[in-house]
Design a protein around this ligand. Sequence first.
Ligand code: N01
Length: 547
Amino acid sequence: MSADQTESSSTPPRTAEHFDAVIIGAGFSGMYQLLKLRDHLRLKVVVLEMGDGVGGTWHWNRYPGARCDSESHSYCYYFDDALLKDWEWTERYPGHEEIRRYLNHVADRYRLRPDIRLNTQVRTARYDVRDNVWVVETSQGQRYTSQFLITAVGCLSAANVPDIPGLANFSGRWVHTGQWPHEGVDFRGKRVGMIGTGSTGIQCAPEIAKTAAHLTVFQRTANYSMPANNGPLSAEFKQYVREHSDEIRQVMHSTPNGHPFRFCDRSAFDVGADEREAIYEEAWRKGGLQFRASFRDLLSDQAANDTAAEFIKAKIRQIVHDPVKAEILSDIDHPFAAKRPPIDTHYFETFNRDNVELVNLRADPIEAIVPTGIKTRNASFEFDIIVFATGFDALTGPLLRIGIEGRNGLRLADAWREGPRNYLGLQVPGFPNLFTITGPGSPSVLTNMPVAIEQHVDWITECIDYMRKHGLSKVEPVESAADAWLLQVQAAANATLLPKAHHSWYLGANVPGKPRVFMPYAGGMAQYRRLCQQVVERGYDGFELVA
Ligand code: N01
């Protein structure tokens, strides 16, 4: 029996260091939560981060072409005007290096580093009912106790490497985009196979193709994508952003997705076919996610959605010269934007290169990885490098890979066996004083993430402040509130076309065995913000707060 097992399950180890709050993860959310609890509430806080640097998702996603699909002036913190003024983005869509520079700047500017422990991976977190503390153990052997445990682990941080037979025998090198080697991967002169055509694969393929001898893209599900139309920001735009931060913040706080643009208030059928085409053409020329905002009903009405889908499919057929490839790429089986719509830089154009091949896995599925490459049912491909752009065990994966145990030994993995169940995506019944920043059941991945993160962190901070001012030691949602919220999350999704993409990671469908439950709250960020505020105004309705 190990030393760990001999200790009473309810006794925190003597060697544990005690904090008011332990935060897991030093990305956008963990750093802001640290700042709020430490500098605003004057709590003793530590952030435990498994990486060797800050940045969270952006610490790991360094694959070629990695770039955010939120516009840079909106993909940042808005809590401090001084910070907004002393940082200037260079491109319309920020690349991964620039986002890391920004997050490092934030860590330095607010002196966060002394309270962040890097290379520290949380292995287990167990609630001790007797002392009302969380006992946190790391893979490196440290122990911490804290009244509050706050997960800031990101939504897309648990890499999904598919279980394809034979991978261990591959004689070349393989990499997952979400765990990209910091020193980079040299594709020059190499034969590369890339599996996956989500946002990541669509960004990665054009970059790999530039230097690889040959790139084979394995597509299982064809995907929509629109041009990012990325480029340097003009001096005028930078000035506009500096002078209008209040207005930009106000727009982001009042729109469903937290982006700095509004949805048009017209239906796709309020205009004739020619005008609709012209509107789409203009949106395509401008590029970016704003395409989705061309009409208010693209995500709620199938017929409206079809008009956008057909426009994009026609674009694909127009761009891709080879009609066979064009057909495979445009044979899309789900509504536009029902999966997160990627934005790209010359993705479809990449298939016009002589060194790029496309394999349709629907017609010819992968059977195995062999020492020399990939074997599909009908063909064999030889590779030096295989790139898995196969996504993530999203939303629940990052939480469940930590052994979280609540009251009476209840494991989060068991509580969520049928899918995530919580209240407002913030707290889980049976897990007192545990807060999950942008957890499943919150708008999170359906929004511009920093907007969702700031709202969650502010809400959690206000809640903890309230507890301390009122002499309360424990907060936990009541079961009935979690049941009602689950229904609300499902109803919000069902009011849209989102569940029609049956194989999306929003539904957990990309990970074999994962419960099929639509996980994010699709009612919109602005509506969610109002609901959270109402809960506070009603004395934390749905939460049980005890002394
Ligand atoms: O992951 P995905 P991602 N055999 O799950 C395929 C954000 N993000 O990393 O659709 C063969 O979307 C899978 O096929 P299918 C953004 O929110 C943002 O690309 O399941 N193929 C799919 O094609 C995004 O949505 C940015 O049939 C397999 C692909 O792999 C989220 O991250 C950039 C397979 C995975 O697509 C995830 O995007 C990048 C298998 N066994 C990411 N398993 C920006 O901000 C999976 N696939 C721009």
